[in-house]
Design a binder for this molecule. Structure first.
Ligand SMILES: Nc1ncnc2c1ncn2[C@@H]1O[C@H](COP(=O)(O)OP(=O)(O)O)[C@@H](O)[C@H]1O
Ligand SMILES: [Mg+2]
Length: 341
């Protein structure tokens, strides 16, 4: 790879240390992706500048003017602590005519509004769980078409923030309680969905115009007690001890129905296009026993830590982690925003 000036934009609080010694597995998880990307860019002999960002566009502007990066490696997931503001940072980079990695602002905006995203998918006849949004400050009245059990989550948060086993509700009383929880504790509107019992699948997608998908990945819950639903709660995703206890593993999905692999890949590319995504993304899906696949959400700029689902699934088709990082950079350099047209 030719030597590039790479500006790695990351959350000020997630700036990784130089090495991992002295940190617990749980601590490392917080900034593992940032660490892995920086280390890999170093191994690729790139000219790297790490920039911590929290609430000041000025620091980005200065870095762009002084460092003149060939590419901004965008690892920001929030601004002012607000998750959906990441799209504005991508917009700012575009207004500064700065090539960047990952998704464009429009795709970020569409995908992060889970309800809007589901409306778009429904228009295109792509299966997604039936739903209703309960905005903050409004009474919760369940429409009769939505039958229990229902899953209650945030309309815009990520990383299973606010998702616990209590997110699955079986009656109106607990529905109202859980919606209040999302309003008060997660501090967003609540999305209430038909619960899809089934296999939990993830699919990596990369590209701008020509897309490629990685093999369908699955989260297995090997030792989960019967009274706990098999959903990817925040604990399941982020607590290594709990993961061991429940026997959580992710791996290439085995024994899918015949033809499902190709169908899923096609479906994920359609979703990617419908939501105007670019760069790279991971689709979260559930498959019912009858083989019907539902799109839960699309994640532009997903976790790219080494060993996480996206990178692992790429590796099984011969894309090493370092090649993956290079591909992400090339996709960013090739993306054609308006100012280049
Ligand atoms: N409608 C649903 N049916 C079944 N499980 C769901 C549903 N919605 C969410 N989940 C479970 O919760 C997890 C997190 O939900 P998701 O919509 O992907 O939000 P996040 O952005 O927090 O990842 C999913 O991976 C899945 O295990
Ligand atoms: Mg998800």
């Amino acid at each position: 790879m030719r030597k590039l000036r790479v500006l790695v934009l990351m959350d000020e609080e997630l700036m990784p240390p130089d090495d991992l010694s002295g940190f617990s597995e749980e601590e490392v998880l917080n900034w593992k992706a940032e660490y892995d990307v920086v280390v890999t860019l170093g191994e690729l002999d790139q000219h790297v500048l790490q920039l911590g960002v929290s609430n000041d566009l000025g620091v980005i502007r200065n870095a762009l003017l002084e460092f003149k990066p060939h590419i901004a490696f965008n690892m920001l997931e929030e601004f002012h602590g607000v998750a959906i503001y990441d799209q504005h940072v991508a917009s700012y980079l575009e207004l500064m005519r700065q090539p960047y990695t990952g998704c464009n602002p429009r795709g970020l905006m569409l995908a992060h509004d889970k309800a809007l995203c589901k409306k778009l998918l429904t228009f295109h006849r792509i299966r997604t769980p039936d739903f209703i949004v309960f905005p903050r400050g409004r009474v919760v009245r369940r429409p009769r078409r939505l039958e229990f059990p229902l899953l209650v989550k945030s309309v815009s948060e990520e990383a299973s923030f606010g998702i616990t086993k209590d997110s699955l509700v079986y009656d109106d009383e607990s529905l109202i309680e859980r919606v209040s929880f999302v309003h008060d504790e997660v501090e967003t509107d609540a999305l209430v969905e038909e619960y899809i019992e089934g296999r939990e699948l993830y699919v990596g997608v990369m590209g701008n115009r020509r897309l490629r998908t990685f093999p369908t990945w699955e989260m297995l819950f090997k030792n989960i007690p019967d009274d706990i639903p098999n959903i990817a709660t925040a604990r399941v995703k982020w607590d290594p001890t709990y993961q061991k206890k429940l026997g959580i593993v992710t791996q290439a999905a085995k024994d899918l129905p015949e033809g499902a692999d190709e169908k899923i890949a096609k479906l994920c590319k359609r979703v990617y296009r419908v939501l105007c995504l670019s760069g790279y993304a991971r689709m979260d899906l559930r498959m019912k026993d009858d083989g019907a696949v539902y799109v839960l959400e699309a994640n532009p700029n997903p976790n790219i830590a080494y060993g996480e689902d996206f990178a692992e699934s790429a590796e099984t088709v011969g894309i090493s982690y370092s090649q993956l990082i290079q591909k992400i950079i090339y996709a960013g350099m090739k993306y054609q925003p308006e100012w280049r047209a």
